[in-house]
Design a binder for this molecule. Structure first.
Ligand code: CTP
Ligand code: MG
Length: 236
């Protein structure tokens, strides 16, 4: 297995921008490096990993690549580190990252750079599940809240059984041929999804859930910034 990581850093961070943050959240400086660097560094320590692709916003692609080059010069990760321009939707950015993978890649971890707290243990458990033959493996955690389905008027239409629900995270791990087939089908059929596993599910292929990590949250709203600690500056 030649396992690569695709790190998504091409979003616009609109929910934080509307709360006043003037830089895309994945470029927020913390501990002397932009947020996306944390996931990159954690994933690069996975012994099975063969290389990484970082997907950057096309509007600031050159600056982003230069920033990555500087970070790698300061702290080499000992792996090939490629870049790709993102697209309008998350799934378009993933497709672009997959396109940039080299021919020998056979499996991939797709990760949101907005989840800086993933641990090496989670990455290793995903990689192990792939090595044992699963073709799609994702981390999920049981829910504390009861979830309601609602209609457009805000009326409750159903309450799914909580024990059967999981909140899913990234990295999501896939056999590369399967994920490529799923993205090709999505492009043909016009599917619009919020995670990669959803595409594999629509192909009718099994997706395995392993235990996620409560701390592996996605920085999404202003209150989440507190999780990063006191020091934030902005680049580029
Ligand atoms: N992402 C991406 N390309 C996109 C949209 C999202 O690479 N076109 C990435 C983001 O950079 C982030 C991850 O996908 O790391 C999860 O997306 P989300 O948390 O929704 O980030 P944003 O889309 O940037 O934020 P928002 O939805 O608030 O605009
Ligand atoms: Mg988004």
């Amino acid at each position: 297995m030649s396992l690569w990581a695709v790190i998504l850093a091409a979003g616009s961070g609109s929910r934080l921008a509307s709360a006043g943050l003037s830089v895309r959240k994945q470029f927020l400086m913390h501990d002397g490096a932009p947020l996306f660097w944390r996931s990159l560094r954690t994933l690069s320590r996975l012994p099975e990993l063969a290389g990484l692709v970082v997907v950057f916003p096309p509007e600031i692609f050159d600056e982003s690549r230069a920033l990555l080059r500087d970070l790698l010069a300061r702290e080499p990760v000992g792996l090939p580190c490629l870049t790709a321009p993102g697209g309008a939707r998350r799934q378009d950015s993933v497709a672009s990252g997959l396109f940039a993978l080299p021919g020998q890649a056979s499996a991939v971890l797709v990760h949101d750079s907005a989840r800086p707290f993933l641990t090496p243990d989670l990455a290793a458990r995903l990689s192990d599940a792939l090595a044992r033959g699963s073709k799609a493996v994702i981390p999920g955690i049981a829910l504390a809240d009861t979830i309601k389905c609602v209609d457009a008027d805000g009326r409750v239409t159903a309450t799914p059984e909580r024990a059967n629900l999981r909140a899913v995270q990234t990295p999501q791990a896939f056999d590369l041929a399967l994920l490529r087939a799923a993205h090709a089908r999505a492009a043909d059929e016009g599917w619009d999804v919020t995670d990669d596993a959803m595409l594999v599910e629509r192909l009718g292929e099994p997706v395995l859930i392993i235990e996620g990590e409560p701390g592996n949250v996605k920085i999404t709203n202003p209150e989440d910034l507190r999780l990063l600690g006191p020091k934030e500056e902005e680049v580029p």
